[in-house]
Design a binder for this molecule. Structure first.
Ligand SMILES: [Zn+2]
Length: 309
């Protein structure tokens, strides 16, 4: 059975072995969010999928699983780093076809995954009423499959241990996953967004309710784990961790400073966007800043509008 026969327009998945028993499944740029979506599968006796993406992406991934010797019934855990639909929209679908898998979720995200009506409604408001025609339906996660996450939680697999770290900022319910086997960190959206157009720059991104102060604390917390490799959900695996972490921290702090100053000066939307565009252009002079980065300005404005300091 080919699961992707039920999908419309996601690109064929590109599978790469990126570490010991560790694979990336690059589903290409989805047509709704316009972000590259990369899921990760850890193989071995108890396979795990991290950040499966939408249901359409999840179907593509399932079709690729035989290539790495894994069947849906083998999976022990499904771990979305957070419940935004570009990371977790396919979780309910996967829980149905992976009968033995537990779904690891931050406690704040559980109700929204068991009953996704509210997040679907919010996404329809932003991305249009038909987004599920492209990304596939957002199915509920059965309550009895949920394993609530806690900070520092260890998930012991045969040959590796995954440790869950709460990593708020991009979302209050964000988690990151440190892997003992690769000494790599699955960071979701907690450590910046690397666009295809600007592959050297991890831009800090977050739509309201974004918390840039928590985001900065999370960068320090995750940097303290000293990962050798970072697995980005919208990009792929990267070494050069120190440079990437110091850069995302610097840009986030600079955005926060610039936007706080602009709000204090009573500047409006256009002036603030102009300031951020000029600042960001100093990092990527040849190119426009990615659209999601520009959209994220609203996350900072919303936060500092509510928390003037
Ligand atoms: Zn997100």
């Amino acid at each position: 059975m080919r699961y992707s026969a039920y999908s419309s327009s996601i690109m064929p998945v590109e599978i790469k072995e990126i570490g010991d028993q560790t694979y990336s499944f690059d589903c290409g740029r989805d047509p709704v969010f316009e972000l590259r979506q990369v899921a990760y599968i850890l193989t071995g006796e108890t396979p795990v999928i991290i950040d499966p993406g939408s249901t359409s992406a999840a179907r593509e991934i399932l079709d690729g699983c035989p290539d790495i010797g894994v069947a849906p019934g083998d999976f022990a855990y499904i771990i979305p780093t957070h419940i935004h639909l570009d990371h977790a929209g396919g979780t309910g679908f996967l829980a149905k076809v992976m009968p033995d898998a537990k779904v690891v979720l931050h406690p704040k995200g559980i109700n929204h995954m068991i009953d996704p009506a509210k997040i679907v409604q919010n996404f329809r408001a932003v991305f249009g009423p038909d987004f599920e025609d492209t990304l596939g339906p957002v199915l509920p996660v059965p309550q009895n499959t949920v394993l609530p996450a806690f900070d520092g939680q260890e998930i012991r697999l045969n040959g590796r241990t995954l440790t869950i770290y709460f990593s708020p900022g991009h979302a209050t319910h964000h988690i990151a996953v440190m892997d003992s086997l690769t000494h790599g960190l699955f960071c979701g959206d907690a450590l910046g967004y690397i666009a295809d157009e600007t592959p050297d720059i991890p831009f800090p991104v977050g739509l309201p309710p974004f918390d840039p102060e928590a985001y900065l604390e999370t960068i320090d917390k995750l940097a303290g784990l000293s990962p050798d490799i970072i697995f980005y959900a919208h990009h792929g695996a990267e070494t050069g961790v120190r440079r990437l972490l110091s850069m995302v921290k610097m840009i986030c702090a600079d955005y926060a400073r610039i936007i706080r100053q602009a709000l204090k000066a009573g500047e409006g939307h256009n002036a603030i966007n102009g300031r951020i565009r000029r600042y960001s252009a100093s990092h990527c002079p040849e190119k426009d800043i990615p659209a999601i980065v520009e959209a994220s300005i609203s996350g900072y404005v919303d936060f500092y509008g509510r928390n003037s300091r």
